[in-house]
Design a protein around this ligand. Sequence first.
Ligand code: F6R
Length: 366
Amino acid sequence: EKAGYKHFMLKEIFEQPRALIDTFRHRVDPHGGEIILEEFHLNPDEVKRLKKITMVACGTSFHAALVGKFMLESLCRLPVEVDLGSEFRYRDPFVDSQTLLISISQSGETADTLAGLREAKTKGARSLAICNAVGSSIARESESVFYTHAGPEIGVASTKAFTTQLVSLYLIGLYLAKQLGYRQPDQIQQNLQALFKLPTLLQDVLDENRAIREIGQKYMKANNFLYLGRGIHYPIALEGALKLKEISYIHAEGYPAGEMKHGPIALIDEHLPVVVLATRSPVFEKMMSNIEEVIARRGRVIAVSESDNDTVREKVETTIPVPETSLELSPILLVLPLQLLAYHIADLRGTDVDQPRNLAKSVTVE
Ligand code: F6R
C-alpha cells in the first residue's frame, strides 16, 4: 500500500498535487470565480462583525497557521493572532464573541489544540476547524469544519496535510475577503486561476526529486542546519527545520532571516549548511544581503529560488529551482523541496523515516 514508494512519507509527498486538487475542487466554481463554503456557518452580517481571527495549532499545523496569518491579514484586513495550543490554553486568552477561532489539526485529536478550542468556545468565540480526519474530536466540537480531504496521512512527519491546510486557509481568506468587500469578483477569479495552476507547478518541483537526493548526499553529514526565510516564507523555514530534525535527528533551526544578526549568525562557519528561501518577493533584496552575510562567514548556502534567478544562482553553493507563483501561494511550493531534502537526508542516514523515534502520529495527551 506504499504504491511502490519506499516510505509512506515519500508517497505522501508525491500525492500533494492530487491532494491539493481534492481540497479545492468541490469548493470552487471553475467559471464564475465563486468560492462555495457550505461548511462555513457564519452569515455575512456575522462575518462583518468579526473583530479578529485567532488561530490555534501545534507542530506543523502551527506553521500552517503562521502562513495563514500572512494570508488572512493581507486578504481580509483583520488582525490575526496565532498561538500554540499548549500556550493558548493556559494564558487566559483575550477572545470573545467577535473572534473567529480557527483551530488547525490534521488528526483532529491533538489534546492541546482541542483544549484551546474549548477554552475559546467558553469565552463565546465562533469556531472553525481545519481538519483532515473526518469525525475527529476537534471537528465534532467546532461550529464549522473545513475538511482538507488530503486522504489518510500515515507517515509521522506531516507533509500533504500541511500543504492542504495552506490551500484551505487561502480559500477561507478569499471567501472572507469577498464577504468583507476587500476582493472584487475579478480579483477572486485571478486568485483562483493561480490556485488552479499550482498542482502542475508542484509536479515540476517533484520532478527535481533525483537532484534533491544528490543534494542530500552532499550535505547529509552535517551536524547542524540553519533555515532562513522572511515574511510569508519564515514559517516555511521553521517547517523545513522541523522536518529535518524529526526524521533525520540532525539539529536544525528555522529563523526569520532578519533576526540573524541578533544571535544565530554566531553559529555560521564552513561546516554549516544554510537553507535560504530566496524567491522574488517584496523582501528579496533583504534576503540577498542575508545570503551575502552567510557567505562572508563561509556558510554553505543552499538556496531555493526560481530557475531563472541568476542573482541567487551565481552567489550560492547549491540551488534548488522552483517555478514562479503568487506570493500568497509560494509557501505551498517552497515547502516541497524542504520535505524532499529532509526525506532524502534521513533515508541516506538510515533512520526510520515513517516512525521516527520518540514521536507519535497523534498527540492525544499534553
Ligand atoms: C510534524 C508533525 C507534528 C504535528 C502536530 C500536530 O511533522 O506531524 O508536529 O503537526 O503534532 O498534529 P495535528 O495536526 O494532528 O494536530
